[in-house]
Design a protein around this ligand. Structure first.
Ligand SMILES: [Mn+2]
Length: 395
């Protein structure tokens, strides 16, 4: 009864405004919770329970038994890491969730673009190729993973032919493209991108393990701005004992003359970092932006320099390169390439770098040549390439 006296005159107006505001607020919250954002999913699917005693389980270091030491040494050169141990480790092993605490509480939009994950390989070791693919299948939200494209750059190993076809036929999302001639990483990636149907291209090396929650933070950044090109934090899988090691010092990708990639220490560990150049092995890029940039220069051979080329184009054509601390992918850093370069390795990389310098560095190319490279006259004609990339206004 007492309450009624407040609902007369101006009290009635105030009560109406109050109730309307509460309803408005509830609608707002509901809209945000239901249709716009949700938590990053902590997916880690396996077919059967994991054996906690399996070799290398939970990313623990594995040991070679005494009587197998010779065999393990002998097989090192198959991949320039411990191929013997890699074979003992389950292909869907668990690894520690190394993200900063706050990452699992992050919210992402629920209408993120889908991605095609592209692995290019030549003579990759069977166990690491499978572990790379399974880590994507098991730890990516299915609705965001459009497909996985394996581009076989004319491998010579038999197990990468029919055996791989048969194995991958269990997974409808995986398709294999086979190049008839050795094309090198750059043209293999162009072939993979051409076959991709997802809205975002995600390029990965074929000896990686994607960690829990790796994909959504990458796609969220591309969703917010389609010119952001994003890289996960690259963690280390030991080439010797295959243990998964957390990276707790944050680094940013840079280059030194003459266009040598390197890392410098970042400031804050858990903030994303903008980088002048990316390492190049692992990143996501909006597919339409990739083509707006003119994809990769197909005249770059085998390997090397393509990370500089795409990085320069990204920054010169209105984009940004970021490393996303909440996205983590382990990678085996190998001491050497297990495959052969059709021509001399050093000459191939030098030629690629000179080509990038000629096309993209303008007056700064003198700095490149001043650090030990000689002018390669035949490259000049490729200056024409610039005309095709992102119009004259930026380039
Ligand atoms: Mn690699």
């Amino acid at each position: 009864m007492k309450f009624r006296k407040y609902l007369r005159g101006s009290g009635r107006v105030l009560a109406f405004v109050f109730i309307a505001s509460v309803i408005w607020l509830l609608f707002d919250i509901a809209a945000l919770r239901i249709s716009i954002i949700n938590d990053v999913m902590a997916l880690d699917v396996t077919d059967r329970p994991r054996d906690p005693r399996a070799v290398g389980q939970f990313g623990q270091p594995a040991r070679v038994p005494r009587d197998k030491e010779l065999e393990s040494q002998r097989r090192w050169s198959e991949g320039f890491f411990n191929v013997f141990l890699s074979e003992q480790i389950p292909i869907d092993r668990a690894i520690p969730d190394t993200r900063p605490q706050i990452c699992s509480e992050n919210l992402v939009h629920d209408d993120l673009p889908s991605t095609s994950v592209i692995f290019c390989f030549v003579d990759e070791v069977w166990s690491t190729l499978l572990r790379s693919v399974h880590s994507v299948l098991n730890r990516s939200p299915p609705h965001l993973l459009k497909e996985i494209i394996l581009v076989d750059d004319c491998s010579t190993k038999d197990y990468l032919k029919e055996q791989l076809d048969v194995y991958m036929s269990q997974f409808p999302k995986v398709q294999i493209i086979r190049l008839k001639e050795r094309q090198g990483l750059i043209r293999a990636r162009i072939a993979g991108a051409a076959a991709a149907t997802g809205e975002v291209l995600t390029f990965l090396d074929s000896h990686v393990e994607c960690n829990v929650g790796w994909l959504e933070p990458l796609l969220e950044r591309v969703y917010l701005d389609h010119k952001k090109v994003v890289c996960p934090v690259i963690e280390v899988i030991s080439d010797k004992d295959m243990s998964y090691m957390l990276v707790d010092n944050f680094q940013r990708g840079v280059f030194r003359w003459p266009l040598v990639f390197g890392w410098i220490k970042g400031v804050f560990f858990f903030f994303l970092h903008r980088c002048p150049v990316m390492a190049g092995g692992l990143f996501s890029i909006d597919k339409s932006y990739f083509y707006e940039l003119g994809a990769y220069d197909p005249g770059l051979d085998v390997w090397g320099g393509e990370n500089m080329e795409i990085s320069f184009k990204i920054w010169m054509c209105g984009g940004e390169i970021e490393i996303i601390p909440c996205s983590r992918v382990g990678h085996i850093f190998r001491g050497d390439n297990p495959y052969k370069f059709p021509k001399d390795r050093v000459k191939t990389v030098e030629r690629n770098l000179a080509r990038v310098a000629e096309v993209w560095l303008d007056d700064y190319k003198e700095l490149f040549y001043g650090h030990g490279y000689h002018h390669l006259p035949y490259i000049n004609c490729y200056l024409l390439l610039k005309m095709f990339f992102c119009g004259f206004q930026y380039c």
